[in-house]
Design a protein around this ligand. Sequence first.
Ligand code: CU
Length: 182
Amino acid sequence: MFNTQKIIGNLVGVGIFLALTPNVALSQIEHEVEMPASAGEQTSQFQKIEQPLGLKIAVALGGLGLIGAELWWFMFSKTKSQKAQVERGIQSVDILVDGGYNPDRIEVRAGEPVKLNFFRKDPSSCLEQVLLPDFNKALDLTLNQTTSIEIVPEKPGEYNFTCGMNMYRGVIKAEATEVSQG
Ligand SMILES: [Cu+2]
């Protein structure tokens, strides 16, 4: 299955690595220059490898470009939110746990019970627990099983749920129910 979150994770790593590389190279060169003359002949074993300035700039710009692309991804490519299904008066949502939460934005009606059905497909221990801090609840997920929890978002607003290490997140958007219905 296409795993966007892991790809993003790798991109972040590569971007940071590329952005830091020129600085690391520079600091190494400075360090060698600072070595005392008393080191004698041993110093001559070190050869300064001067990278062309153009290459350094290109690498730095490449890194910055990747970081920019990541930021864009996080800010503008949000996944679609999903409305809870109402079954026998209870709103319920099936959430697939696989490299994150799908859907990760859930629309519900405030003041009514919501049943979240987490199906954990991802074996990584990172996702074995779901925390709902606003409801003081923690949920252990069994692999390849559905684990359900019921909550009541009393007030309209956004309620987060995260993995045990706060790496993967989802949000429950509770909207005010219309009072006009008789
Ligand atoms: Cu985690």
